[in-house]
Design a protein around this ligand. Structure first.
Ligand SMILES: C[S@@+](CC[C@H](N)C(=O)[O-])C[C@H]1O[C@@H](n2cnc3c(N)ncnc32)[C@H](O)[C@@H]1O
Length: 454
C-alpha cells in the first residue's frame, strides 16, 4: 500500500481502519484482487492515516482468510442481504470480533463510528450495531455449526475443494488446512554480500528468532514489515519463499551463460539469478507496471549495472522482442492458478473460476512451445508453476515431452526425477534444513520440470 500522512492523534484508528478494510473487501467480493483493492483504498480522497492503512491491510487479510464463514454469518444474521457497503463493513467487523484482538465492545463501537462516517453506511449504523451484538450472543453456536461445512472450514469454493480432493485423494485435507495457515516470512540471503550463517548470527544478535530452511533461505519466526527486516533496505536480503529459491538453484547456471527469465516480474527470481550468475540475463515481462518492480528490485540489490536487461514484451511472441539470440538457460515461471501459494494470497480461490485452470494450462503450453526454439542445443529450460493442479504441472510436462522429440527431462539436484511437485509445508512440520542438495524444509507449493535439449 502507498504511504500516507502519519496520523496526528495517539489512539488506535480502528474505525478508520475498518472503513478502509470494508472498502477493499467490497471490491474483493466483487472479483478484484485484494492487493489491488487495498491500493485503491489507500488512494481514496480525504485524510489518510498511515497506521489506519496498515491496520486496514491486516483487517482485510484476516477477513479474507474466513470469507466463506463471514458470508455464511451475514446470511444467518441478516433478514435480507444488506447493500454491499453495509455487508462489507459488517464482514470486516465480524472478522475482528472473531479474531478477538480488541475488546468486543471496542470493535462494536468502532464499527458503528465507521458506519456513521460514510454516507453509504450511515443509515445502517443501528443495523450494524444490532447485528454485531446478536453475533456476540450467538457466536459459539453459530461458529460451531457453520464450520461443519467444508467450504467454511477450508475457506475455498466447493469446486476448488473437489478439484484438490480428486487430485490428492490421500492428502487433500492437510493441503487445504495448510492453505489456511499464516504465511511464513522467509528471506533469501544475498550470497554476494554475506553468508547465510553470518545473517543468522546477525538475527540472533538482534534477538530475532529465525531458522535456516534452505541454502540461502531463513525463516523469521515473527512477521515484520519488510523495511524492518535487517538488511532488506541495504539489499542484503530479499523476501522469497524457499521453494521459489529452488528455481535458481535447480537451473544450475554456469559461469558466463546467457539466461532468459521469461515472465519475470516482480523479479524475485531475476534478482537471485543476478546475485548468483555472471553472464547476461534477459528478463521478459508483459505488464509494464510489474516490469518496473524488477528494475527497483535490482537497484535495491545493487545489481542495476546493465547485465540484466528488462524488456516489456510478450514471452509467447519472441519475434517481437528487441533481442534475437539463443540461451543456454531458460526459466519459465509463467502465469498459473497460484493454487500453491494460497496461504500468502487467501483471495486466490475466490478469484478463480473452474474454467481458469484449463485456460491457464493452454497459455502455459503456448509459452513453453514459443520459448523452446530459443534454447541452445544441450541447454536447459526450467518450467515452474506455483500450482498444485495437475493440468498445469505433471500433465503439462508430459504433454510438452510428447510434442517435442528433442526434449527430455534432466535430473533435478537431490530429486529422483526431472519433475517434482512440492506441496506446501505445514508450519508445524517445518524443521531446520538438513543441508547439501536436500530440498528446503519449509516452502510453498510449486511444480518444477527441468527439460534438456538433446
Ligand atoms: C508467476 S509471476 C512471475 C514471478 C517471477 N518469476 C518472480 O519470481 O518474481 C508470472 C508473471 O508473468 C507475467 N506474464 C503473464 N503472461 C505473460 C506473457 N505472455 N509474457 C510475459 N510475461 C507474462 C505476469 O504479468 C506475471 O508478472
Amino acid at each position: 500500500m502507498q504511504r500516507a500522512e502519519p496520523e496526528s492523534t495517539g489512539g488506535p484508528p480502528l474505525a478508520e481502519a475498518l472503513r478502509f478494510a470494508a472498502f477493499a473487501w467490497q471490491r474483493f467480493h466483487g472479483g478484484m484482487q485484494l492487493g489491488r483493492a487495498l491500493e485503491l483504498a489507500s488512494a481514496q480522497p480525504g485524510p489518510r492515516h498511515a497506521r489506519a492503512l496498515a491496520a486496514a491491510q491486516d483487517i482485510a487479510y484476516t477477513a479474507t482468510r474466513q470469507r466463506a464463514l463471514l458470508d455464511a454469518l451475514i446470511a444467518e444474521l441478516a433478514a435480507k442481504a444488506p447493500p454491499p457497503p453495509v455487508a462489507a463493513l459488517l464482514a470486516v467487523s465480524l472478522a475482528q470480533l472473531i479474531a478477538a484482538r480488541h475488546a468486543a465492545y471496542t470493535v462494536v463501537d468502532q464499527a458503528v463510528t465507521a458506519a456513521r462516517a460514510d454516507r453509504r453506511t450511515a443509515a445502517a449504523a443501528g443495523f450494524i450495531n444490532g447485528t454485531l451484538r446478536t453475533f456476540q450472543r450467538r457466536a459459539d453456536e453459530l461458529l460451531e455449526r457453520l464450520r461443519r461445512d467444508d467450504v467454511v472450514r477450508f475457506n475455498a469454493p466447493r469446486w476448488w475443494i473437489d478439484h484438490l480432493r480428486q487430485q490428492y485423494p490421500q492428502s487433500w485435507r492437510p493441503l487445504l488446512e495448510a492453505q489456511g495457515e499464516p504465511p511464513p516470512l522467509v528471506v533469501r540471503v544475498n550470497a554476494r554480500r554475506l553468508s547465510t550463517e553470518a545473517y543468522l548470527q546477525r538475527l540472533a544478535d538482534a534477538q530475532i528468532e529465525a531458522m535456516r530452511v534452505g541454502v540461502h533461505a531463513v525463516w523469521l519466526r515473527q512477521p515484520l514489515p519488510v523495511e524492518s527486516i535487517p538488511g532488506f533496505l541495504q539489499g542484503e536480503v530479499s523476501v522469497q519463499d524457499a521453494g521459489s529459491q529452488l528455481a535458481v538453484q535447480w537451473l544450475d547456471v554456469r559461469a558466463g551463460q546467457r539466461v532468459l527469465d521469461a515472465c519475470a516480474a516482480p523479479g524475485g527470481k531475476t534478482g537471485y539469478l543476478a546475485e548468483s550468475t555472471t553472464g547476461p540475463i534477459d528478463a521478459i515481462e508483459l505488464d509494464p507496471r510489474r516490469a518496473a518492480r524488477i528494475a527497483s528490485n535490482l537497484t535495491r540489490l545493487g545489481l542495476d549495472d546493465g547485465r540484466v536487461q528488462v524488456h516489456v514484451a510478450d514471452a509467447a511472441l519472441p519475434h517481437t522482442w528487441p533481442t534475437r539470440t539463443t540461451y543456454q538457460r531458460i526459466l519459465l515461471d509463467g502465469p498459473c492458478s497460484a493454487s500453491g501459494i494460497v496461504r500468502r494470497h487467501p483471495d486466490i480461490p475466490w478469484l478463480r473460476r473452474p474454467a481458469d485452470v484449463a485456460q491457464l494450462a493452454t497459455i502455459q503450453a503456448r509459452l513453453l512451445d514459443a520459448l523452446w526454439p530459443l534454447l541452445a542445443p544441450t541447454g536447459r529450460l526450467l518450467y515452474i508453476v506455483c500450482s498444485l493442479f495437475n493440468e498445469e504441472a505433471g500433465e503439462q510436462a508430459t504433454r510438452f515431452l510428447e510434442r517435442h522429440e528433442d526434449a527430455r527431462t534432466a535430473g533435478l539436484p537431490g530429486q529422483l526425477a526431472g519433475a517434482v511437485q512440492l506441496l506446501p509445508t505445514p508450519l508445524a512440520r517445518a524443521a531446520p534444513w538438513s543441508g547439501g542438495t536436500s530440498a528446503p524444509s519449509l516452502h510453498d507449493g510449486f511444480f518444477y520440470a527441468l527439460f534438456e535439449k538433446r
